[in-house]
Design a protein around this ligand. Structure first.
Ligand SMILES: Nc1ncnc2c1ncn2[C@@H]1O[C@H](COP(=O)(O)OP(=O)(O)O)[C@@H](O)[C@H]1O
Ligand SMILES: [Mg+2]
Length: 356
């Protein structure tokens, strides 16, 4: 089992912080473990809305599984739907969609076997990552490679340890930013967060490796990047990045919130590395709350805003169903009570893994 096997899971501290924020917002909260018993729980308990932070346990599409269950039961939940969550977990498929939508993303290739020939158009240095992980799992200092032998070594490591295709990408050696988006119909871009790795020379790590994320702030290990929010970039570059991040958010069909990781090339192109529709929400350690905080939105306000967005979406859907002639469901089922007007009150909170 790789050392980073459990890294996606959120700490109980994050779950508690979210539950506390919801209680402060006047809600009654049930914390529900996102394990195999979860479907049964929702069949035997009535809730108005779920604050979804579950990444799921099994398989390549794990983040989409709890949302798919809730969708099938007609229970409103915060954040993106199952399609978006499954898509964003597949970095290469995400890049195909981004490319189709004209969003810049580094040139790449998927290597399914250790002997798959490298596309001669790719230029070193390259970075090798597992195609279907998050939280920098499988990303080490050695993942950035300068030549073919080192590339082969890293590709083999991904295959052996993570049992999946290796995504090989051109390494963009420029400023790293991450861009938060929050809102419903007309979502807004939060102040851009710059992650400056120049203070990490001691470790020789100059990007968000697994060690960098795991030990972030440890100056003795040289894993203490400096965060700047808003980023130290021109107004023109800010506008360019905002536009790219919004396009990425919409291209993947994200709802309520997303966090897009971007690297700026030397000639000022914001290259999207990935989109996180389920960003980490640790109140002190995750990047998304840093950005909402810079926008003047407290942690409690952020959490309750997400619930309001989910409830509003469900009310709009209910209204449009009842105002049009389109049947809510076909077949034998009558619309369940859950698809009708939510009354406010209890909330389910899914146990989570961290999406960053
Ligand atoms: N093509 C790239 N160029 C430069 N840095 C990259 C590239 N791809 C990944 N990285 C670095 O690795 C980190 C993690 O990669 P990312 O694709 O965001 O995976 P994860 O889902 O694990 O966060 C990024 O935040 C960045 O620091
Ligand atoms: Mg990332």
């Amino acid at each position: 089992m790789p050392i980073d096997f459990y890294s996606e899971f959120d700490s109980p501290k994050t779950v508690e912080a979210i539950a506390d924020a919801l209680r402060a917002g006047g809600h009654q909260v049930h914390c529900v473990e996102a394990n195999d018993d979860l479907p049964k729980w929702f069949l035997t308990h009535e809730v108005d809305v779920v604050f979804n932070i579950a990444e799921g346990l099994h398989g390549a599409h794990r983040e989409s599984q709890v949302p798919a269950i809730l969708e099938s039961l007609g229970i409103p939940f915060t954040g993106s739907g199952s399609l978006t969550l499954a898509l964003a977990l597949d970095k290469a498929k995400t890049k195909q969609v981004l490319t189709y939508e004209g969003v810049p993303t580094p040139c790449w290739q998927l290597l399914a076997t250790s002997t798959t020939p490298l596309d001669s158009r790719l230029r070193f240095p390259l970075i090798v990552k597992p195609n279907g992980e998050g939280s920098a799992k499988g990303i080490w200092r050695e993942s950035v490679v300068q030549d073919a032998p080192a590339l082969r070594q890293q590709v083999a490591r991904i295959h052996e340890q993570y049992r999946q295709e290796a995504l090989v990408e051109e390494f963009i050696d420029g400023t790293e930013v991450t861009v938060g988006i929050l809102g419903g119909q007309a979502p807004e871009v939060l102040p851009i967060l710059e992650i400056d790795f120049s203070s990490c020379q001691h470790s020789g790590e100059f990007f968000y490796s697994w060690r960098m994320k795991e030990y972030q702030g440890n100056a003795a290990m040289g894993l203490n990047p400096t965060l700047h929010c808003p980023a130290r970039i021109s107004a023109e570059m800010t506008a360019r990045i905002q536009e790219v991040a919004l396009r990425a958010h919409h291209a993947l069909g994200c709802r309520d919130l997303s966090r897009t990781d971007i690297r700026l090339s030397a000639d000022g192109v914001p290259f999207v590395l990935e989109v996180n529709p389920l960003p980490g929400l640790d109140p002190t350690e995750s990047n998304f709350p840093v950005m909402t905080n810079a926008a003047g939105v407290s942690y409690d306000a952020l959490i309750n805003r997400l619930v309001d967005l989910a409830l509003m979406r469900s009310r709009l859907r209910w209204a449009s169903h009842h105002l049009s002639d389109i049947p809510v469901q076909t077949g034998d089922h009558k619309p369940s009570a859950r698809t009708q007007e939510p009354m406010g009150g209890s909330l389910g909170v899914g146990q989570q893994e961290d999406g960053s």
